[in-house]
Design a protein around this ligand. Structure first.
Ligand SMILES: [Zn+2]
Ligand SMILES: [Zn+2]
Length: 206
């Protein structure tokens, strides 16, 4: 998507799902209007392991408020997020909620007092760039299927959540230690300390 910080030549499409018409908002500081709408999520909201599927429902609560310089838009958006777990690569589905606020200045033609700001296009304002920035920032960088996801086995790639805590690879232990291990395991049961085997099993069983 091109950056939507508008030049006067680029007119907004009033039918755009994220284009709001401020005509019914009196241009008198203090007047405000609130609306709720559900729109389809725009494309390209999937920068990493997690993203918002194109066309999924974005639920918006929008408050438009007249201020001296223009219209202040306050938006709360609730969006579905899908992706893969950063540890086990299983599908992840969750919901994020973001809140953002942006001033859309009246077009005065008096130069760019604030080059980074947004401007009204006539009576219209476009929430998309504002919302896009807020949503992308809110996406989890390392989504997890659950907070304590054990990930994959480093040896065989098995899903540890499914394989269970017993999952391990005895073959990872040097065969020269196998006999000792057996003895030590036996010894442990008899209450004898077994420092070497602790170290070894720590490596063999992540
Ligand atoms: Zn996981
Ligand atoms: Zn394994």
């Amino acid at each position: 998507m091109p950056n939507s910080r508008r030049t006067p030549a680029a007119r907004l499409d009033p039918r755009g799902p994220l284009v709001l018409d401020t005509r019914t908002l009196p241009r008198r500081p203090g007047s405000a209007r609130t609306e709720t709408r559900t729109v389809r999520a725009p494309a390209d909201l999937h920068p990493g392991l997690a993203g918002i599927p194109e066309g999924s429902d974005l639920r918006l609560d929008v408050t438009l408020e007249s201020v001296t310089e223009g219209v202040l838009a306050t938006v709360t958006a609730v969006a579905p997020v899908t992706g893969e777990c950063a540890r086990c690569l299983e599908p992840v589905a969750q919901t994020i909620e973001v809140r953002c606020q942006e001033l859309f200045s009246y077009e005065q033609g008096a130069g760019d007092a604030d080059e980074d700001g947004y401007a009204l296009d006539g009576d219209l304002l476009d929430l998309e760039p504002v919302l896009r920035d807020a949503l992308v920032l809110a996406l989890p960088l390392a989504p997890l299927c659950r907070q304590d996801c054990p990930g994959l086995c480093a040896e065989c790639g098995a899903l540890l959540a499914r394989a269970g805590s017993e999952h391990g690879h005895d073959s990872a232990i040097d065969p020269r230690w196998a006999g000792l291990r057996q003895r030590m395991t036996h010894g442990e049961q008899a209450g004898q300390p077994a420092p070497e085997i602790r170290e070894e099993s720590g490596r063999g069983r992540p």
